[in-house]
Write a protein that binds this ligand. Structure first.
Ligand SMILES: [Zn+2]
Ligand SMILES: [Zn+2]
Length: 462
């Protein structure tokens, strides 16, 4: 039995790990590597294994850094099953279609800049074709995947449908049995929508994320009060409040919290616009999967019918309706993708409203270095949008407690709660510095265990 790290090693994107067992090859996640365009293009096109020789894929959750290269895998000849939870499958349907459109515009950009025709990584047809290979099973039901291999999904509390994958392995040649945990991305707990991450039991080997090793978030409990204060202040200015947010999960989380703030009269009644076709589709999928909700959400569902809808909320799909928002006067809340302001409709709202002092921009998620979001958040007084210098006179603010990832202390707690020997641990899904910070802390607390930062392309015998 062997495990090879094919992505998300000393970086956060491109999650892919290859499991060899009894002559079968199983891929855990098939994520897209996201980075500089040329480098990403190169890395995503070539798999470090033969897709036609792969038996199955097990998918932890729908985020593109975990699922985004599936259409390309199928395009390159993968014929096996893609195992996922029901909600992950439904989210993949819209997210991979969206990703295919981004691939097409990336190819157009590369064609222009390299002055040679570049084919998109995959097309909307490839994304659609790959959806036919999905096989779904829900949490806590062991599923036989192959000879000597059983998989169980348990909740990861990270996004709708997200799972930790518990793998029961039995090597036919040596009769050795091991239980391997693939954490996927681990949520913080106390989520406004989701259940807390489930506790994995009797684990021998751990493949674990480390996104926020060495970093702490603000407390989740304070997030609502903070949001209330910021919105009250902002709405008093009679301007627009722009919330750049990821279309899947963060948008729905903010909607649920806003719903409660309106219901409890904690903020004034103002119109709310969700301006992102992907977010509108994603919200519909959220309504289909109450099995992923925490107790309060689950119960609210029967009382309120729709926790994502309230008076004053408009879901904007058509481009024309989006443009009309410019003509509207504040106070008004606009939630639009993308969260890092690199693309999507939020860019237009920022271009139009950043120069106005009555505007507030509220960041509720992570912005990678060098993105437009990071520049605005850092306090740049002029930013470049569509090649034009735009003056920033708006009030810029942020809340990081809504993060979908456990922070350092929460990861340490998560590891502590896992039962079993946990004799060997490989850390993935973190920048090198982050993974090493978590490695050092775990090693200090558990000197008898072998804790390693996974390196790209390295194989380990299980
Ligand atoms: Zn994720
Ligand atoms: Zn991830």
């Amino acid at each position: 039995m062997k495990l090879t790290f094919c992505g998300a090693a000393e970086t956060t994107t491109g999650s892919q790990h290859l499991l060899d067992i009894n002559g079968q090859r199983i891929l855990l996640d098939c994520g897209l590597y996201q980075g500089r365009r040329e480098e990403a293009n190169l890395r995503n096109r070539t798999f470090p294994f033969d897709p036609t020789k792969l038996d199955a894929v097990i998918l932890s959750h729908a985020h593109i850094d975990h699922s985004g290269n599936l259409p390309n895998l199928v395009k390159q000849g993968f014929k096996g099953n893609i195992y996922a939870t029901d909600a992950t499958r439904d989210l993949c349907q819209i997210m991979l279609a969206d990703s295919a459109h981004i691939q097409q515009s990336d190819a157009a950009w590369l064609t222009k800049h390299q002055k040679a025709a570049v084919e998109p990584l995959y097309s909307p047809q490839d994304a659609e074709r790959c959806m036919r290979q999905f096989v779904t099973f829900n949490y806590d039901r062991p599923m036989p995947i192959g000879d000597g291999l059983k998989a169980t999904f348990i909740d990861a509390g990270h996004i709708l449908g997200s799972a930790q994958v518990v793998l029961d392995l039995k090597d036919n040649a040596t009769s050795v049995s091991k239980r391997l945990l693939f954490s996927g991305d681990v949520g913080r707990g106390n989520n406004d929508l989701l259940l807390d991450p489930a506790v994995p039991e009797n684990i021998d080997l751990v493949l674990m994320e480390s996104t926020y090793g060495g970093r702490e978030h603000e407390q989740t409990q304070g997030a609502r009060n903070q949001l209330t204060d910021i919105l009250r202040q902002a709405l008093k200015n009679k301007g627009k409040v722009i919330i750049p947010a990821f279309a899947v999960e963060r948008t729905q989380q903010i909607l649920v919290v806003l719903h409660e703030l309106f219901r409890d009269n904690l903020i004034p009644d103002v119109p709310v616009m969700v301006d992102s076709p992907l977010a509108v589709s994603a919200t519909e999928i959220f309504r289909l999967h109450p099995e992923c909700y925490n107790e309060q959400m689950y119960n609210d569902l029967f009382e309120k019918q729709n926790p994502f809808g309230f008076e004053g909320l408009t879901m904007v799909r058509a481009a024309n309706d989006s443009k009309n928002i410019n003509q509207m006067h504040g106070p008004l809340i606009i939630i639009a993708a993308s969260g890092m302001c690199e693309a999507g409709r939020v860019v237009h709202h920022l271009k139009y409203n950043l120069p106005k002092p009555e505007t507030t921009v509220l960041f509720v998620g992570y912005c990678a270095d060098n993105t437009l979001g990071a520049k605005i958040r850092a306090g740049d007084k002029v930013v470049n949008i569509h090649g034009e210098p735009i003056k920033v006179r708006a009030r810029i603010t942020g809340i990081d407690a809504f993060s979908g990832h456990a922070d350092h202390s929460e990861l340490m707690d998560y590891f502590k709660r896992i039962t079993g020997k946990k004799e060997r641990v490989w850390l993935v899904h973190g920048e090198g510095l982050r993974s090493r910070a978590l490695q050092a802390a775990l090693q200090e607390e558990y000197p008898d265990k072998e804790i390693t930062v996974a390196k790209l392309g390295v194989s380990v015998t299980l």
